[in-house]
Write a new protein. Structure first.
Length: 129
């Protein structure tokens, strides 16, 4: 389910957050599906339960999961998650385009690269249904 990279410089809890987000966005973890308990996921990954708790707390803060007292944590509605991710990506794209312009890359070159990348992504099945 989750594979951690101990060579990655990011803290473990950030890697857990990233992997959980990915599983939710891909639909592997569906809406309202229960997440593993903090203790069981910590045991599976051989890490401290506080690390998992920190990741779950951040995922809940972002609106990706919700907690029901006495029942555990569950995947929140995906539309909120997808919308947040889209906003993040559009900001990143905007920043990259700004940097490209500052470096003197022409609008024709930027458009051509976008068309190439978009076409490649569609061929690989990255297009949303």
């Amino acid at each position: 389910m989750i594979i951690l990279d101990y060579k990655d410089r990011r803290p473990i809890y950030e890697q857990v957050i990233e992997k959980m987000e990915e599983l939710m966005l891909l639909g592997v973890l569906g809406e309202n599906e229960p997440l593993p308990s903090v203790r069981s996921l910590a045991m599976d990954l051989s890490i401290n339960p506080n690390t998992i708790q920190r990741a779950y707390t951040e995922l809940e803060r972002r609106g990706y999961i919700y907690t029901v007292k006495g029942k555990g944590s569950f995947v929140a509605e995906n539309s909120v998650m997808k919308e947040n991710k889209k906003k993040e990506l559009l900001i990143q794209v905007s920043e990259i385009i700004d940097e490209a312009i500052r470096l003197g890359i022409s609008d024709e070159e930027i458009k051509k690269m976008l068309e190439i990348q978009y076409g490649a992504a569609k061929r690989m099945g990255g297009e949303e249904a």
